[in-house]
Design a protein around this ligand. Structure first.
Ligand code: SF4
Ligand code: URA
Length: 251
């Protein structure tokens, strides 16, 4: 990789909001620890650590889910690795027009290595398929892509902490950039915070369009919240949010 190509790769990652690079052991030579400390805003200089360095799997513009998964590897970049059984990368159609983003794996997801397969996941599947059916849109769960902000289960299902969201969020951002869906659905507060960085909560932000980079984002309630909610108002609102989302994406 020459200097211009490397510069483009770094600019691409900076645009994605990635400010630190983590190089997998075995993929680069001496100096990798120092490279990991370098902020991306540093322009590659002749004779610097960047010059002539190969960055496998970090090609600008042609990132793929396979490369991202390979870069995650057997990740120990944040403390959440300590309690996990499986990394939960994401599942669904890589050609999808619609991506759902949750918070992080729960117990069942951690055991199976798949997102949204527990109780909240069953509700999400029903919400997707039943809403689409009522609206006359032939959409199944396997037609969309589903992933989370953090890929490892937080202990006792606690919310991911800001540093964990920031570190693992790099992989979410790369997934979204590689998938380039027509719209993204943020499920609950953690996904909303990770994608929009706003201080308002889901109740304020739901039901209208926002943006992550150039991609439209619809915010709605997390299915776990809907499972706990006593009254029917949030359930009706989530249904309205999905209707709006599906018509935008599939009409
Ligand atoms: Fe790595 Fe993400 Fe798991 Fe943290 S949550 S260990 S960053 S894969
Ligand atoms: N809750 C989430 O946020 N994600 C899952 O994958 C499962 C439950």
């Amino acid at each position: 990789m020459n200097r211009e190509e490397l510069g483009r790769v770094l600019a691409y990652y900076r645009d994605l909001g990635i400010t630190e690079l983590y190089i997998r052991p075995g993929l680069s030579g001496p100096g990798q620890a120092m490279l990991a400390e370098e902020p991306l805003s540093k322009e590659p200089q002749e004779g610097s650590l960047f010059a002539g360095m190969e960055l496998p799997g970090l090609a600008a513009g042609d990132d793929t889910l396979e490369k991202i998964r390979a870069d995650i590897g057997d990740c120990t970049r944040c403390r959440l690795h300590q309690g996990r059984t499986n990394i939960v990368f994401g599942v669904g159609n890589p050609q999808t027009k619609l991506v759902f983003v949750g918070e992080g794996p729960g117990e069942e997801e951690d055991l199976q290595g798949l997102p949204f397969v527990g109780r909240a996941g069953q509700l999400l599947t029903a919400m997707i398929e039943n809403t689409a059916k009522k609206e006359g849109i032939p959409l199944k769960r396997e037609d969309v892509y589903i992933c989370n902000v953090v890929k490892c289960r937080p202990p006792q299902n606690r919310a991911p902490q800001p540093d964990e969201m920031e570190i693992c969020g790099q992989f979410l951002f790369r997934q979204l950039a590689a998938l380039r869906p027509k719209a993204i659905c943020a499920l609950g507060g953690t996904a909303t915070k990770a994608l929009l960085g706003k201080k308002e909560g889901v109740t304020r932000l739901r039901g209208s369009w926002h943006k992550w980079r150039d991609m439209p984002v619809m915010v709605t309630y997390h299915p776990s919240f809907l499972l706990r909610a006593y009254n029917v108002v949030p359930k009706r609102e989530a249904w309205e949010d999905l209707k709006k989302l599906f018509h935008f994406v599939y009409d």
